[in-house]
Ligand binder design. Structure first.
Ligand code: ASP
Ligand code: MG
Length: 423
């Protein structure tokens, strides 16, 4: 008997009919002889609608504790309805809030981190032969307040539950047939990826692929949880994400490139005319990180006309633009640099694949594909299994398509997108 954690995103439980379809799927897994724990997201756009309501009654920044009370309600609605739908099909089910499922977090409302997971009640329900349903995205803090884990956090709940229950697999159900070589909404000829290493998945998620919450992937890597990302609208096998996949004869023939991720939510900050001396980069990046902003790509150029100064440019999440500019401006007088420039609407394209480690021609092929498509590269960064470039957001989609073709990733058939949100 296997123990499965099945996670359903908001687009899979968007209305009563979808809820009944999910119930049917859960019941078939249960009747096939598995122990089944389910994690659900809020129905459809519920979380956005709740955020919207909060903004209407409390413009600006609403009290964070109350915000978490509000948002956690979305997942409670789903868990109760799903439990009822499953019971209607003749299988006993019981729903649990994050707190009841033993999801203990820190006190950072809106972006809480899991500290400890003790799903004793879930385990008991499973041992009684029930389906256990856990509300995603939420927990209870060390101060006994309800917290949420950040947008998309139900994936993290599912992986954490799978780790704590020592589940055989964590199935992430969404509205596409798994991971693709590129976002099928941009590249209709994108191919489904059947297997991916956890490292590749981490790079994809960290660089804009929307299909899995980054923290969920980090958690899966740390606790060796096998993931299977698949569609709740079809029975097709999706993408298996495994930790420490061995290199066998069969995997050696796999393509060098696993996929292309893109991110269109970045901004770029440049501090111009910084005195060229030790400590300058540390001061700028330090000020930004103290402001709570995570810096992504950094480029420093020594100006050729006047070797005494340089420029430092870096990318940040677009939503942190104002905070970052303010933090850098705060250093301007003291450090004596001439200006702070900000560009929003910056795009990032990342090519990911474990096979590129030993293949030096990948970068050249990437850059020529972008050149042929007329895409100007503004910044470059690399890891062993990834090359990312920053470009104008307006060029991003054309760039992704050109690179997809250049690396022979195009499939004959068009990818199927069922619901449309990729969650
Ligand atoms: N309902 C939450 C959100 O929309 C959490 C999730 O769906 O994973 O962000
Ligand atoms: Mg959601």
């Amino acid at each position: 008997m296997a123990l499965l954690v099945m996670k359903f995103g908001g687009s899979s439980v968007s209305d009563a009919e979808a809820m009944r379809r999910v119930a049917g799927r859960v019941v078939s897994s249960h009747q096939a002889g598995n122990q089944v724990a389910v994690v659900v997201s809020a129905m459809g756009d519920t979380t956005d609608e709740l955020l919207d309501l909060a903004a209407q009654v409390s413009p600006g920044v609403p009290p964070q504790r109350e915000m978490d009370m509000l948002l956690s309600a979305g997942e409670r609605i789903s868990m109760a309805l799903l439990a009822m739908a499953i019971e209607k099909l003749g299988v006993p089910a019981k729903s649990f809030t994050g707190a009841q499922a033993g999801m203990r977090t820190d006190t950072a409302h809106g972006r809480a981190r899991l500290l400890d997971v003790q799903p004793a009640r879930v385990r008991l329900a499973l041992d009684e032969g029930r389906v256990a349903i856990v509300a995603g995205f939420q927990g209870i803090s060390t101060d006994d307040d309800i917290t949420t884990l950040g947008r998309g956090g139900s994936d993290t709940t599912a992986v954490a539950l799978a780790a704590a229950l020592d589940a055989d697999v964590c199935e992430i159900y969404t509205d596409v047939d798994g991971l693709y070589t590129a976002d099928p909404r941009i590249v209709p000829s994108a191919r489904p990826v059947t297997r991916l290493t956890i490292e590749e998945t981490l790079e994809m998620a960290a660089h804009g692929a929307k299909i899995l919450h980054l923290r969920a992937v980090e958690y899966a890597r740390r606790f060796h949880v096998p993931l299977h990302v698949r569609s709740s609208f079809s029975d097709k096998e999706g993408t298996w994400i495994l930790v420490g996949r061995p290199l066998t004869e069969d995997t050696m023939e796999e393509p060098i490139i696993s996929g292309i991720a893109h991110d269109r939510s970045l901004g770029k900050v440049t501090a111009v005319g910084i005195p060229d001396r030790p400590g300058a980069a540390a001061a700028v990046v330090g000020a930004v990180s103290r402001a709570g902003v995570s810096v992504d790509m950094i480029v420093q150029n020594v100006s050729t006309s006047d070797a005494a100064t340089s420029d430092i440019s870096f990318t940040i999440p677009e939503t942190d633009g104002q905070t970052t500019v303010a933090a850098v401006r705060g250093l301007q007088a003291e450090m004596g640099f001439s200006d702070v420039l900000y560009t929003s609407h910056v795009g990032k394209l990342s090519l990911v694949g474990a096979g590129m480690r030993s293949n030096p021609s990948v970068a050249a092929r990437l850059f020529s594909a972008l050149a042929e498509a007329g895409v100007n590269i503004e910044m470059i960064s690399t890891s062993e299994i990834r090359i990312s470039v920053i470009c104008d957001q307006a060029d991003l989609e054309a760039g992704v398509r050109a690179v997809h073709t250049a690396f022979d990733l195009d499939a004959e058939a068009e990818a199927v997108v069922y619901g449309g949100t990729g969650r």
